[in-house]
Design a protein around this ligand. Structure first.
Ligand code: RRO
Length: 303
């Protein structure tokens, strides 16, 4: 028997495999491929207080080893999310984390407050790290003092699990990690996408409507690994690793480094059942290597 259970804050997860916000919709989109109940957690697409249309096309470009996006947070707003998405999401038999963004620190707090009245939500992931919007987005995680304040405001509104998702597009992710720890976060997820740009030589134009966007996929795995390593050295918070995880080996490498869990993002577009495959792959690895509990493996990297 292999035990993949993990605990973050006071919440138990059946395994350390989650799906990253914005790459798994609101879960119903993936049900033809596998039952999302097998995951450790589902993390929803970002929810804001009000409707947002997102950025104009082109919003997505394939690049070598990855993908650039500039989606710009399109969503119908928190009230329609509660009415239209929660009935399905709460039926999934695993943990549910709602990813939240806002133009101001007060908007984050108001969205948390509105979701507090809703059953079936285990926690929130505060998205301080969208690279593709003018207000909010990166400005919240580029400044450690602001990140601490926004976290502390949200903390006052909830006892549910509070995760902060950080950007790699800063001088010191460690400083921001320390700040959200001081602000009362229960965990950190990292990294969001890396700012990048692509050009169409034939049209002599940028490929994205917003010129720059967020790079994700296999190309960013080494960056994610270095940032997770830095955060592990600077904070005592549980770390949920994101960035370029395409298979079981990638996921195991981040756990070996010391992440308590992983989120799979862009690979969901390549193999919609990758989440299930990685859960099974980690269980197989543990069985083959006589690891009875995943925590016996986590953080056992030899440096
Ligand atoms: O919607 C987006 O453009 C977006 C978001 Br919210 C994010 O967190 N990261 C990203 O790469 N794109």
């Amino acid at each position: 028997m292999v035990d993949l259970n993990i605990k973050i804050g006071t919440i138990e997860f059946k395994n350390p495999v989650m799906v990253a916000s914005g790459t798994f919709g609101y879960a119903s989109e993936f049900c033809d491929f596998f039952d999302p109940s097998v995951l450790g957690a589902v993390i929803t697409k970002t929810v804001t207080e009000d409707f947002r249309p997102g950025n104009p096309p082109s919003r997505i470009v394939e690049t070598t080893g990855g993908m650039l996006n500039s989606i710009g947070l399109p969503n119908s707003g928190v009230e329609p999310f509660i009415r239209e998405k929660m009935p399905f999401l709460r039926k999934i038999k695993t943990r549910l984390i709602v990813n939240i963004a806002g133009k101001t620190g007060d908007e984050f707090a108001r969205v948390v407050e509105k979701l507090e009245a809703v059953d079936g939500i285990d926690g929130y992931e505060l998205n301080y790290s969208c690279p593709n919007v003018k207000e909010g987005g990166l400005s919240f995680s580029a400044d450690a003092a602001v990140a601490e304040k926004v976290t502390a405001n949200a903390r006052k509104k909830t006892r549910r699990l509070l995760i902060t998702k950080l950007t790699p597009n800063v001088t010191s992710i460690g400083d921001v990690g320390k700040a959200v720890e001081n602000g009362g976060a229960d965990a950190i997820s990292a990294i969001n996408t890396v700012v990048g740009m692509a050009i169409d030589l034939r049209k002599k134009k940028p490929r994205l409507s917003t010129i720059t966007g967020g790079l994700s996929g296999a190309a960013i795995k080494p960056i994610a690994m270095a940032k997770v390593y830095e955060l592990l050295k600077r904070t005592t918070l549980p770390l949920i690793a994101i960035g370029g995880i395409t298979d079981t080996t990638d996921a195991l490498e981040f756990l070996l480094l010391g992440a308590c869990a992983v989120q799979i993002g862009t690979q969901n577009f390549v193999n919609p059942a990758i989440g299930r495959d990685v859960v099974e792959g980690i269980a197989d690895y543990c069985r083959e290597n006589h690891i009875h509990h995943i925590s016996d493996f986590t953080g056992s990297l030899v440096i």
